[in-house]
Design a protein around this ligand. Structure first.
Ligand code: ADP
Ligand code: MG
Length: 394
């Protein structure tokens, strides 16, 4: 489990955050941000930037790379601190507690609001697993690996937040979406346990019907969860169900929609059959006549569900998550679209990414009074450095 030592947060100064933010901004165009560029963006007097960088390095918030030139990049921890600082400044929470979950691509912590309310903070770590797998197959991201884990993790968090919010507004049992910053989503704490930890249920057939009903209800709203299993379904003491974990959801208009839908259903049926001994209709023609007198739970069929694809689009984009974001993220999340060649040139890709990153400019920058430099100057500094680095690469 990753240790998130937030104590250091308390000791970091305004200048520390200013320089950390400068590294983040530099990463728009650089995998490794030249120290000189960090200095130009941060604009601290008397070589202050270099002293601060040393301090950030000591706290493992940045990584030093001098293989090609003297440069720095954010670590996960550095990115975590920027998100946490922004959310603390916004008054979303005041303290970070213990880690309650380690997913394949996330770390989950308890956080506490000023008034003591406990919530959950999910830090997305896209790139820890699947992005690497993707990266090995695609080379247009060759020089952008560090950059892209920031971008993709941020996109995953935004998607999760947008879906959680929209689903909650439509009455689905999901955690309350509280806020989102960078790769971090804050949500309400679900009282209960993941289904995988539940050994006994009072009414397993009722719970199964509820859960299968959710898959169907989602599809009626134009959505498929795509990772609907005993790890992403929480059950409380009253056997009430809450679903979590949405970064991989797709629309029913996705070309593999039926497969994903059937897979979600099959996952649930298989688990209930094994753990709670419930029977259900076999897929396709595997229906067993000898068990005809056992009461079985009906298998929902994807084709018979009236689907209103795109029903949630408006709500999703209200949270800032666009159709294009969805297309982007599907390329990288396992179980998303099959590999296909991109038609974007590198330049187009860069433009798109720029747009996304610009959209993240937020309260950290504002709160540390970072934007007193004119935006244009920063862009110029970044652009001129980028050119010289590319030349060095050759
Ligand atoms: P991942 O994408 O890494 O699988 P999840 O969102 O599924 O992350 O969360 C991982 C685990 O953390 C869950 O299985 C659950 O035990 C716990 N968890 C996540 N969100 C909450 C929440 N809102 N309340 C309580 N526990 C949660
Ligand atoms: Mg999960």
């Amino acid at each position: 489990a990753m240790k998130l030592d937030v104590d250091a947060l308390r000791y970091l100064s305004k200048d520390d955050f200013r320089v950390l933010t400068a590294v983040e901004m530099g990463m728009r165009n650089h995998e490794i941000v030249p120290a000189e560029l960090v200095d130009r963006i941060a604009g601290l007097k008397h070589g202050g930037t270099y002293k601060v960088l040393k301090n950030l390095l000591k706290h493992k918030l940045v990584h030093h790379d001098s293989s090609k030139y003297d440069g720095f990049r954010l670590t996960y921890l550095g990115y975590d601190f920027l998100a946490i600082k922004a959310l603390v400044n916004r008054g979303v929470f005041a303290a970070v507690g213990r880690q309650i979950g380690v997913g394949k691509e996330s770390d989950i912590f308890e956080v506490a609001a000023e008034d003591g309310t406990i919530m959950v903070m999910k830090l997305h770590r896209l790139g820890r697993v699947s992005f690497r797998a993707v990266k090995s197959k695609r080379d247009y991201l060759k020089h952008r690996s560090s950059y892209n884990w920031l971008y993709l993790s941020r996109l995953a968090a935004l998607k999760e937040y947008a879906f959680m919010k929209a689903l909650g507004e439509h009455g689905f049992p999901v955690p309350d979406a509280v806020d989102c910053n960078r790769h971090c989503v804050v949500m309400s704490l679900v009282q209960g346990y993941p289904l995988v930890q539940v050994k006994r249920l009072q009414n397993p057939d009722e719970v199964l019907e509820t859960i299968v009903g959710l898959v169907v209800h989602l599809a009626e709203h134009g959505l498929i969860h795509c990772d609907f299993n005993e790890f992403n379904i929480m059950i409380d003491d009253n056997e009430q169900v809450t679903m979590i974990d949405f970064p991989q959801m797709v629309s029913v208009s996705h070309r593999n929609a039926k497969m994903y839908f059937d897979r979600d259903v099959e996952c649930i049926f298989k688990f209930f059959s094994k753990r709670f001994n419930l029977s259900y209709q076999e897929a396709e023609d595997g229906y067993d006549e000898t068990e005809a007198d056992v009461e079985e739970i009906e298998r929902p069929s994807f084709s018979s569900i009236a689907k209103t694809a795109g029903f949630l689009d408006k709500e999703l984009s209200a949270s800032g998550f666009t159709r294009k974001d969805q297309d982007d993220i599907e390329k990288f999340i396992e179980g998303g679209t099959e590999q296909k060649d991109t038609t974007s040139s590198d330049d187009e890709l860069e433009d798109q990414e720029q747009t996304h990153i610009e959209a993240t400019d937020d309260s950290v920058a504002e709160n540390i009074d970072f934007l007193d430099l004119e935006d244009q100057k920063q862009e110029d500094a970044a652009a001129s450095c980028n050119v010289s680095i590319q030349n060095e690469d050759k």
